[in-house]
Design a protein around this ligand. Structure first.
Ligand SMILES: O=C1O[C@H](COP(=O)(O)O)[C@@H](O)[C@H](O)[C@H]1O
Length: 212
């Protein structure tokens, strides 16, 4: 899955660079995307023309192991992308949300999203008011799994020309089925955007028609 996702993303990046000379991505964190991003970073691309925004982030100090930025920097920092970090170290987090929102592009070439077993995506957490946020492009949520979060909201995610879902692990199987059914009872089912591509590993997708 990581290999397929990296190849697909590389093609999208090349196409955007050929068409407009720049490419804008919004990337998620968590655990799933790092294998894809490590493969992507090994490819020969005009990285200096690629701008990467964060889909979400933990409110935690710079360098924290739980921060998505820590992994993004470790993998993509060395290839020279323009990495736009969410300002979660700011003493005024509401103002930091506003600043990040102002800097967002009108369109992303690709918004990459993960899926939690509970149906969360980005830091749009089930039951949190942030799920219904339709005015602000960037907002705070949580505490969730021990930390407050900063996240792109649904209207910001909808700026994706393409939404790339990357889903890994057996525990995601029920949530994946709900996402594919367009179930609006989970935050992931509320995401809109252009084309949506779902890449899932065998554990998440379950047995195929032949049972294999
Ligand atoms: O908390 C988070 O979880 C989701 C899902 O992560 P995954 O590793 O289970 O795919 C992720 O997309 C989000 O960015 C992250 O902050």
């Amino acid at each position: 899955m990581a290999e397929a996702a990296a190849s697909w993303l590389a093609e999208r990046i090349r196409a955007a660079l050929a068409a407009r000379g720049c490419c804008r991505l919004a990337l998620s964190g968590g655990r799933t995307p790092w294998a894809m991003l490590a493969r992507l970073a090994a490819l020969d691309l005009a990285w200096e023309q690629v701008e990467v925004f964060q889909v979400d982030e933990r409110i935690a100090p710079y360098g924290s192991e739980t921060r998505n930025l820590t992994r993004l920097e470790a993998i993509l920092g060395r290839v020279g992308v323009r990495l736009r970090a969410m300002g979660v170290e700011s003493p005024d987090l509401a103002a930091a949300c506003g600043r990040y929102a102002r800097d967002l592009p009108a369109r992303f070439d690709v918004v990459h999203l993960g899926l939690g077993a509970d149906g969360h995506t980005a830091s749009l957490v089930p039951g949190d008011p942030v799920v219904e946020e339709c005015e602000q492009l960037v907002a705070l949520s949580g505490p969730y799994q021990g930390e407050r979060r900063m996240t792109l909201t649904r209207p910001a995610l909808a700026r994706g020309e393409t939404i790339l879902w990357l889903v890994s692990g057996e525990e995601k199987r029920p949530a994946l089925a709900r996402l594919l059914a367009g179930d609006q009872g989970i935050p992931a089912g509320l995401v809109r955007g252009g084309e949506q591509l779902v890449l899932a590993d065998r554990a998440a997708a379950g047995p195929g028609p032949s049972g294999g």
